[in-house]
Ligand binder design. Structure first.
Ligand SMILES: Nc1nc2c(ncn2[C@@H]2O[C@H](COP(=O)(O)OP(=O)(O)OP(=O)(O)O)[C@@H](O)[C@H]2O)c(=O)[nH]1
Length: 545
């Protein structure tokens, strides 16, 4: 069954009936190859996708095609990889050469017979049997997924393919731009690293899918031939750099951090050396493929290290890396020829990387939310007294200031009380510092229970509290102060089977025309507090107008 009848099949995979032969020394001619075929030196293909690995010697391929109709058939042949250097194509019938084509990415894109990112050619197949002969030479992975289809069917396939890349690039570019914007706004390095990582993926993908050669650098033949190993290595490094930064590996595993940095530098230097050596491309390709596989494993390792270190961001990261690793490995191994090639496997890296990019963007967002929350908490903490949870002096000043301003402007009443626990030193001395702390906490609790909604309470000093009362006249303020004093009187602190009772002295002052600043009012209230202590404690003293 080495003959494919094309008449009723709009699309065939001619690779399944191919015979192939590897050149061993000098390049051979078509006639020599045909002679070798007749002598049975060719091997029948075992798969529709011929794959001979990296750095293979030039291969001859022979496929027989049958057109059982009386008319000629028009077919489009595409070799659906993009990196083959040199392809000779011959179509023969009865020892007569019908067409001959030369293509490959060692020629400028403008010399392609068909304007397509794949190596494609239109074949006019006369009635009867024709032979398709091919010679392929390249140091790159010699992978030959051959498709032979009617113009319509091929057009449809290419269109679906173009849409799928549109989705891939659309998603990736949106994520790239979004994170670049975040970087310009927030200035956290990991957004930049993420954008570079995603950008290099897109660039690498453009290169190895041939979109770059077709649209972006159609004349740059040397770059086209080096783009894959160079971009693979840069992409792999950028992923590791992103992971080091995002997972904060410098802190959790400093030696690993350094080792990976050195690995990236070493691989890039090695690549630079290979760029200068003639014949360095095969070695560069091996380096690139090995580095991508190693890099994928290292990403997983880094995720694991961060997980062990209790980094909550590592969950998303690990999940993303596992998916990307699966996709990347499947594609790399199938292109390399280490596992059987399939079109879905070839695209696995696209899907895997797209999911990875989305998950990593989520991880970045989550990390941002967490640091934001931590910052808010730290800011709130800086305003709170750690023992009682009340406002501290700073928060008191900040919160009173706007109220003070508006009450002064509209000439509204406002009052202030300073509350000081009596003989507090004795509590500390006889029952211990812990009992003193507990007394302070319970006092704060009692005060909070008995103040009104708009009042601002703060811990002013050791056993001193301060209460600002907006819209409160001196008479009302005295009533509030008396209530607070009574309230503190009911507080009982239990310590070592003893019940400690508390009392407080309170100085109260109301603002009048002579008082313009908050400090002045505090000063007056403080003097009243002093008098309350002088007069025997456990009482309220009001400043006279
Ligand atoms: N347990 C505890 N004690 C504190 C704290 N802050 C201040 N103190 C103590 O509170 C005491 C205040 O003592 P004094 O300023 O002499 O006043 P007092 O003993 O309350 O006496 P009068 O105010 O005159 O009634 C000091 O012994 C401080 O060490 C605190 O946060 N916890």
């Amino acid at each position: 069954g080495d003959l494919i009848d094309l008449q009723h099949q709009p699309l065939v995979l001619p690779g399944s009936t191919a015979f192939y032969y590897a050149e061993t020394g000098q390049p051979i001619s078509l006639d020599t190859a045909r002679e070798a075929f007749r002598q049975g030196q060719f091997t029948p293909s075992s798969s529709p996708f011929l794959s001979f690995g990296i750095g293979a010697s030039p291969h001859w391929i022979r496929i027989a095609l049958l057109n059982s109709s009386a008319d000629e058939l028009l077919r489009v042949l595409s070799i659906e990889t993009t990196w083959l250097d040199h392809i000779e194509l011959y179509l023969l019938q009865d020892d007569q050469l019908l067409t001959q084509t030369l293509m490959g990415d060692s020629f400028p894109f403008s010399q392609r017979p068909l304007n397509h990112r794949y190596f494609a050619q239109t074949l006019t197949l006369p009635s009867g049997t024709t032979e398709l002969w091919m010679r392929v030479a390249t140091p790159d992975p010699m992978l030959l997924p051959l498709y032979l289809g009617s113009y319509q069917v091929q057009q449809q396939r290419y269109e679906q393919d173009a849409y799928s890349y549109g989705v891939l690039y659309g998603v990736m570019l949106a994520l790239l731009l979004y994170n670049l914007m975040l970087y310009t706004g927030i200035r956290h390095r990991q957004y930049l690293y993420y954008a570079i990582y995603v950008g290099l993926f897109v660039w690498l993908n453009l290169a190895y899918t041939g979109h770059g050669f077709r649209w972006l650098w159609p004349e740059a033949v040397t770059w086209q031939q080096w783009a894959n190993p160079v971009l693979m290595i840069l992409y792999g490094s950028s992923g590791l750099v992103f992971a080091l930064s995002f997972l904060n590996i410098r802190n959790s595993a400093p030696r690993l951090y350094q080792a990976i940095q050195w690995l990236c530098i070493a691989v890039i230097l090695l690549l630079a050396v290979l760029l200068l050596i003639p014949q360095g491309r095969v070695a560069a390709l091996y380096l690139a493929f090995s580095f991508i596989l190693l890099g994928t494993l290292l990403m997983l390792l880094l995720g694991g290290v961060a997980w062990r270190a209790g980094n909550p961001a590592s969950r998303y990261f690990l999940c993303a890396s596992v998916i990307a690793a699966l996709g990347g490995m499947i594609t790399a191994l199938s292109v390399w020829g280490l596992i059987p090639f399939s079109p879905a496997g070839y695209r696995a890296v696209d899907l895997g990387t797209m999911i990875e990019a989305v998950l990593l963007a989520l991880a970045l967002a989550e990390q941002f939310r967490r640091t934001q929350r931590q910052r808010l908490r730290a800011e709130a903490m800086a305003r709170l007294d750690p023992l009682t949870g009340l406002n501290n002096r700073r928060a008191f000043a900040e919160r009173v200031e706007p109220l003070w301003q508006s009450c002064v402007r509209y000439d509204r009443p406002m009052s202030l009380a300073i509350i000081d626990l009596d003989e507090f030193k004795k509590i500390n001395d006889s029952f211990g510092h812990k009992a003193g702390d507990l007394a302070l906490e319970m006092t704060a609790e009692a005060l909070l229970q008995s103040i009104r909604g708009g009042d601002i309470l703060a811990r002013w000093g050791g056993e001193e509290f301060i209460l600002f009362m907006p819209e409160t006249t001196r008479d009302e303020a005295v009533r509030v102060a008396e209530r607070l004093r009574a309230c503190i009187g009911t507080v009982q602190v239990r310590e070592q089977d003893a019940l400690i009772s508390l009392s407080a002295s309170i100085g109260v002052a109301a603002r009048d025309e002579q008082i313009e600043r908050l400090e002045q009012l505090i000063c007056v209230a403080d003097q009243c507090l002093y008098q309350a202590k002088m007069q025997g404690r456990n009482r309220v003293v009001l400043a006279h107008a």
